[in-house]
Design a protein around this ligand. Structure first.
Ligand code: ZN
Length: 290
């Protein structure tokens, strides 16, 4: 079954809730970047966070999350749009740490000190970037803190990626709850109880729970409305033409050197790992345009 996200609202939008499964897209990211288990979990959580935050975007808007900690993983970059397309990469895909209490040590790999940056691209060259300090490097807590303090929307984010012993993604997904003006303290207290009663989101998905089922548990006791469903997938915007456009920005001297030494150019997309091989003809074509 394909990955998807479901949005729900309580009281005309005073409470917003989102839940999603991301097992397939996290596994595609793992396959494309050949990530080791700890890196797989860190990247998968960030991709899932992008999918959840992406559900708040409007037409043609996009969003980038960058996690830069002082751990061995380096940085994580993930972006997504309002159509459920997400992509991302980690700087050091081979990072794999010892389990801590039976769990993948994402916080240790990311680092406990550093920053989380969220850039919202509203189109028409209008961008907004917000930054917060990392709380734990576990991603979900960091995003919760970012949304609550930097964007001033009290939120709860849960992200989970379960990795099989041989390294593939077994189950992944997450949820996000946001309180907007109009939600009462009593309602917030009930929601908090609901969240505490829920187990790890990746375990629930592994047991066959759907985004609708997760929303029902989150919003237990509330009359809520399902607003919509969105398919999620790993998708990149790179293409041979874009690779060529990038080469076109190089100097003639650089292009001539590539021709002489390699007989062409090889470009790898950071986001998806796709390799573009541009041969002699393509480079000569670019030089002839000068
Ligand atoms: Zn790509």
């Amino acid at each position: 079954m394909a990955d998807y996200l479901v949005r729900a609202t309580v009281k005309d939008g005073a409470i917003r809730a989102f839940a999603c499964t991301t097992t397939h897209l996290c596994d595609e990211a793992r396959r494309r970047h050949a990530t080791a288990p700890t890196a797989t979990a860190a990247l998968g959580r960030t991709l899932t966070g992008v999918a959840l935050l992406g559900a708040t975007l409007k037409d043609r808007q996009s969003l980038t999350i960058r996690v830069v900690g002082d751990g061995p993983l380096g940085g994580i970059v993930a972006d997504g749009d309002e159509q459920g397309r997400v992509r991302g990469y980690v700087q050091r895909p081979d990072v794999d740490l010892e389990l801590v209490g039976g769990k993948l040590d994402v916080g240790g790999a990311v680092g406990r000190t550093g920053h989380l940056h969220v850039t919202r691209d509203y189109g028409l060259k209008e961008m907004y970037t917000g930054t917060s300090e990392l709380v734990s490097g576990e991603i979900a807590e960091d995003l919760t803190d970012y949304l609550t303090r930097s964007e001033q929307v009290p939120s709860a984010v849960s992200l989970g990626v379960l990795v099989n012993p041989e390294g593939s993604v077994r189950a992944a997904g997450g949820f996000m709850l946001q309180l907007l003006p109009g939600a009462s303290d009593a309602e917030a207290a009930i929601l908090e109880e609901n969240l505490q009663a829920m187990g790890a989101v990746s375990r629930a998905i592994d047991a066959g729970e759907t985004p609708e089922g997760i929303l029902a548990a989150m919003l237990d006791g509330f009359a809520y409305t399902i607003l919509g469903q969105q398919e999620l997938r790993f998708a990149c915007r790179c293409s041979e033409q874009r690779a060529l456009d990038m080469l076109a920005t190089l100097s003639a001297a650089d292009l001539e050197e590539m021709l002489r030494e390699d007989g062409g150019a090889e470009m790898v997309c950071h986001f998806c790992g796709e390799v573009y091989r541009l041969g002699e003809a393509a480079l000569v074509g670019l030089l002839n345009q000068r």
